[in-house]
Design a protein around this ligand. Structure first.
Ligand code: GMT
Length: 376
């Protein structure tokens, strides 16, 4: 098949999933065309059958800070679909991608071409941004107009029905997946050695540091753990709450045991050095970062919120605690870190659980959906 993929290129789960999906599809022999304003952060180097098309925008004084990116994207989606004879356009994160794909589809229809649209809902496009009155009607319309819609968890599908009604849409759940060639357990302690002193337990958090991630809770949990045993906290990523987190580290006197790595390309290399992954988000439709940690044999302490319980099994691959319950999360973190038998059992369960979300299992579900949409 000839597949167009539009996603946000920035550091975040939806762009990560879209890019990993494109790469897996290309490995399976499909031609994949990424269309966005910049090359997605996980699209590194050359990959056979993968092409990136950059959306270019005209700078014009009238636009000031409101350059109409969505229109330029629709034009590029139309252009690439026509020139590369795409069978379908798979857009990730509804806003504005599903709407621009619909525009491209209408332009192509006028030229006698039928471009199918598959929309994957990822999270705040449904739970937050899409429900804002400024986007609601268009989000609902573009979901309903898509030829197929997927959600990354059952929670997100139900939330879509609840918030949008979506009388005509049949939202399919296709969970996120993990590439086990990149995310796998460590075979020695070389990764850990690079992160922390030998006697330290290593706690890891990976996110885009948005308020929903509750990064200061990560620091508070670590402060309690640090009082009980030697430990290092490694934070990967960057975003609006980075400064708040840095301040929390300083005000708790934790600076010497906390490492902010910023945006890192090979997150698996960091995860492999970890003993515990923290994800205390207010909500997550899925929690891709937790899945990637589990694939690297790292147990998770996370919020019992949104779609996270569909990924992390409480008491098996980690512990789930209500969001905001910092004492509860700290207690669970210490329980795992102090009990090596429990930690070992959870490490094994985490890997087993992650294998249920391996690319080999999940990507064919997208291929089948594409075939269905194309009537093959
Ligand atoms: O929905 C968002 O706010 C952005 C998106 C992202 O690009 O990071 O995150 C969502 O999609 C990820 C991939 O499907 C999920 O793993 C995240 O749980 C989800 N984030 C939220 O629901 C807050």
């Amino acid at each position: 098949m000839r597949i167009g993929i539009t996603c946000y290129p920035t550091y975040g789960g939806s762009g990560a999933v879209a890019t990993e999906l494109g790469l897996e599809l290309a490995r399976r022999g499909h031609d994949v065309h990424f269309i966005s304003y910049a090359s997605p952060f996980r699209l590194r180097g050359f990959a056979e059958r993968v092409t990136f098309h950059e959306v270019t925008q005209l700078e014009y004084p009238l636009f000031e800070q409101s350059s109409p990116y969505a229109l330029a994207l629709a034009v590029k989606q139309h252009e690439v679909a026509k020139r590369e004879q795409l069978d379908l356009m798979h857009v990730h994160y509804a806003i504005p991608h599903a709407a621009t794909a619909w525009l491209a589809k209408q332009m192509l229809r006028n030229e006698g071409l039928d471009l199918k649209i598959v929309t994957t809902l990822h999270g705040t496009d449904i739970t937050l941004v899409g429900q804002d009155p400024s986007y609601f009607t268009l989000t609902k319309f573009s979901i309903e107009q898509s030829d197929a819609v997927t959600a990354v968890s059952t929670y997100l599908r139900e939330e879509t029905y609840r918030a949008f009604g979506c009388g005509n849409c049949d939202v399919r759940v296709i969970p996120n997946f993990v590439s086990t060639s990149d995310y796998h357990p460590a075979t020695d302690d070389s990764y850990r050695k690079r992160l922390a002193p030998k006697d330290h337990r290593v706690l890891v958090h990976v996110s885009n540091f948005r308020p929903v991630k509750r990064v200061t809770d990560v620091v508070k949990i670590f402060a309690t753990v640090r009082k009980a045993l030697p430990a290092t906290l490694v934070l990967v990523g960057d975003g609006p709450d980075r400064d708040v987190a840095e301040q929390a580290v300083d005000s708790n006197g934790l600076r010497k045991d906390v490492r902010f790595l910023g945006k890192v390309e090979d997150v698996g290399d960091v995860l492999r050095g970890g003993d515990l992954f923290l994800l205390p988000s207010a909500t997550e439709s899925f929690g891709l970062a937790a899945l990637e940690a589990m694939a690297c044999a790292v147990p998770v302490v996370a919020s019992a919120a949104g779609g996270i319980p569909e990924v992390v099994k409480d008491g098996e691959s980690g512990f789930l605690v209500p969001p905001g319950d910092v004492p509860g999360m700290s207690e669970r973190a210490l329980r795992i870190l102090k009990d090596s038998a429990l930690q070992e059992r959870m490490r094994r369960s985490a890997v087993q659980r992650a294998l249920e979300f391996s690319a080999d299992r999940v990507v064919p579900r997208y291929e089948h959906l594409y075939e269905e949409v194309l009537g093959q």
